[in-house]
Design a protein around this ligand. Structure first.
Ligand SMILES: *[C@@H]1O[C@H](CO)[C@@H](O)[C@H](O)[C@H]1NC(C)=O
Ligand SMILES: *[C@@H]1O[C@H](CO)[C@@H](O)[C@H](O)[C@H]1NC(C)=O
Ligand SMILES: *[C@@H]1O[C@H](CO)[C@@H](O)[C@H](O)[C@H]1NC(C)=O
Ligand SMILES: *[C@@H]1O[C@H](CO)[C@@H](O)[C@H](O)[C@H]1NC(C)=O
Ligand SMILES: *[C@@H]1O[C@H](CO)[C@@H](O)[C@H](O)[C@H]1NC(C)=O
Ligand SMILES: *[C@@H]1O[C@H](CO)[C@@H](O)[C@H](O)[C@H]1NC(C)=O
Ligand SMILES: *[C@@H]1O[C@H](CO)[C@@H](O)[C@H](O)[C@H]1NC(C)=O
Ligand SMILES: *[C@@H]1O[C@H](CO)[C@@H](O)[C@H](O)[C@H]1NC(C)=O
Ligand SMILES: *[C@@H]1O[C@H](CO)[C@@H](O)[C@H](O)[C@H]1NC(C)=O
Ligand SMILES: *[C@@H]1O[C@H](CO)[C@@H](O)[C@H](O)[C@H]1NC(C)=O
Length: 460
């Protein structure tokens, strides 16, 4: 978009890296959607490297003592390192394909001692600092969606049975609910609830065969089992969080887990539904949000601390703006609006809460709230939400079997896809999670059809 989001989020990212015995760190400010570029050649990058993600671009800058700033280009994986930029701020241009980072003066520790020019891939480097994954940042799509964006009215089945038949082999699903999209690898993770397992598969050549990354050991609440895995999330260290509705617990699995892996209990949460993770916190540790359907609350685990704080609701089941009624979904939008959105399912509305909200915070109704129904100003049992760069909401309006788009401050929504229950390619049946892939296509877990549908972006 022309407005060019030079989001000076000034998230002070501390990067700590252990190289042998040397501990280094520096603080970088992060600028989403921007790149460094000067009008003349005095400030070209001193080196161009290719890194698989922004974290490795940060590490590349860290290992070059003269590096003062870096730009990572999402589509090409090109990481440009800069040294003598005179005024980094004035050399910034808007570019939705790029993420840039500035070393904050005087924060390199030990100060400019490091002379190594090796990159992390050629040394046995352990990264201990909190570095966010590109797969999380890349959710900012290469196309900035707007109110003009549109999607194909017919979907492609990218996983599961096109006709809606459930199954339990590695190309079928049974009641898929939560999803997590890894943009760097173009992979989808799905909570295949009815099969008590979490699957992962590539979208590059779909439909593909999945691998099991957790569960598939029968029905139960042991640490390698599930009864009703509902929400999933992946943190900055690649750990998988799974909320299990009937087990009323959240379990963490290490990265690269498989069906033989036992997780560890993260927290007990009554009838836990969805999970949302904010990897871009000032403290540098992920905040984990978990919805409790039973408690009509959204809990926040600050920096992964296992003590639950209330981020929304927690004041009994009700309709006041500090209350929720059997909420199912929550989405913390760390990319654009820094706000928590709650699918307050039983109240047929979506509430928005500011960052740092507590049980004392009153939310704002941003969609629905006009009773259960299929009118343009209504929702019927919404169960998940996502937000685009303009603050527009996309809502799984589950009992209406449709995806509704609500522009900021709108009093009505419009249907982007679905609307009639059924198995045809333009139909959905009790959809659960909506997500965007890196191309801006809409991915939907079409629960009662036991499939994942993709509605392609047709107009950006
Ligand atoms: C080149 O650009 C930089 C930053 O924009 C500026 O400070 C410098 O004076 C310019 N040099 C010349 C020779 O124009
Ligand atoms: C660059 O921008 C940041 C954030 O707005 C500001 O704190 C800093 O002082 C600026 N630096 C210069 C050299 O203008
Ligand atoms: C799953 O079962 C279907 C139908 O029997 C079959 O076509 C498909 O090849 C099977 N997939 C795998 C991975 O076994
Ligand atoms: C599952 O993970 C364990 C531990 O990392 C590993 O030893 C085992 O080979 C893996 N099994 C499969 C089938 O990949
Ligand atoms: C739901 O909440 C009630 C009281 O608030 C409690 O007694 C009950 O154990 C909870 N159930 C679950 C599954 O958490
Ligand atoms: C976790 O949070 C609790 C409550 O705020 C606090 O008392 C405790 O020190 C925290 N634990 C850690 C490891 O930060
Ligand atoms: C909010 O939570 C705090 C801490 O758990 C508690 O002391 C307080 O009573 C709660 N407030 C309300 C209105 O329930
Ligand atoms: C909003 O939706 C309601 C109910 O469907 C309808 O009566 C009203 O005309 C709509 N308003 C606008 C501005 O479209
Ligand atoms: C939405 O309303 C709020 C509060 O009235 C206002 O600050 C904001 O600018 C509005 N946003 C848009 C996109 O109209
Ligand atoms: C949908 O989009 C994907 C990725 O952009 C592309 O590979 C695929 O061919 C598209 N499918 C259709 C049916 O247009």
């Amino acid at each position: 978009m022309a407005s060019g989001r030079i989001c000076l989020w000034l998230l002070f990212m501390t990067i700590t890296q252990v190289v042998g015995e040397d501990i280094q760190s520096m603080i970088m400010s992060l600028m989403i959607d921007s790149k460094f570029q000067c009008a003349n050649t005095s400030c070209l990058p001193f080196i161009n490297v290719f890194t698989s993600n922004i974290m490795n671009c940060q590490v590349a800058c860290l290992t070059q003592s003269q590096c003062r700033a870096a730009t990572f280009h999402r589509s090409t994986f090109n990481c440009e390192l800069f040294d003598n930029m005179l005024n980094q701020n004035e050399s910034i241009l808007a570019d939705i394909d790029a993420v840039s980072m500035n070393v904050i003066s005087g924060t390199r520790f030990p100060s400019d001692q490091m002379t190594s020019t090796t990159t992390s891939s050629s040394t046995t480097t352990t990264t201990t600092g909190k570095l966010f994954k590109t797969s999380q940042v890349i959710e900012k799509r290469l196309c900035s969606l707007s109110s003009q964006s549109s999607w194909s009215q017919t979907a492609t089945t990218i996983f599961g049975s096109q006709s809606g038949t459930p199954g339990s082999n590695l190309s079928f699903l049974s009641s898929p609910i939560g999803m997590y999209y890894d943009g760097f690898n173009n992979m989808l993770f799905v909570a295949d609830s009815g099969n008590q397992r979490i699957l992962q598969f590539s979208l590059d050549n779909s439909p593909s065969v999945a691998i099991v990354i957790a569960g598939s050991n029968g029905y139960g609440c042991n640490m390698n089992q599930f009864e009703a895995p509902y929400g999933i999330g992946v943190d900055s260290f690649g750990r998988l969080y799974v909320s299990d509705f009937y087990c009323s617990q959240v379990v963490i699995f290490p990265s690269n887990s498989n069906s033989t892996t036992s997780g560890t209990l993260f927290s007990s949460v009554g009838l836990a539904t969805s999970i949302s993770i904010n990897p871009l916190t000032v403290s540098f540790d992920d905040d984990i949000y978990v919805v409790s359907y039973n408690d009509s609350a959204v809990y926040k685990f600050v920096g992964g601390n296992t003590t639950a704080m209330i981020a929304a609701g927690g004041n009994g089941n009700g309709y006041a703006l500090n209350q929720l009624s059997g909420p199912v979904g929550a989405y913390y939008d760390y990319l654009y609006t820094n706000s928590l959105y709650v699918a307050d399912s039983g109240n047929h509305r979506v509430l928005k809460f500011p960052s740092g909200s507590t049980n004392a915070t009153y939310g704002t109704v941003v969609a629905g709230g006009n009773g259960a129904g299929s009118g343009a100003n209504q929702l019927n049992y919404p169960r998940s939400i996502i937000v685009d760069s303009s603050g527009t909401l996309y809502i799984a309006d589950t009992n209406n079997n449709r995806i509704q788009r609500w522009l900021p401050n709108a009093s009505n929504g419009t249907t982007v896809a679905g609307g009639i229950p059924g198995t045809a390619s333009d139909q959905l049946y009790f959809l659960e999670t909506v997500l965007f892939d890196k191309y801006g296509n809409l991915l939907v877990s079409d629960r009662y059809n036991n499939r994942i549908q993709m509605f392609n972006l047709t107009t950006c």
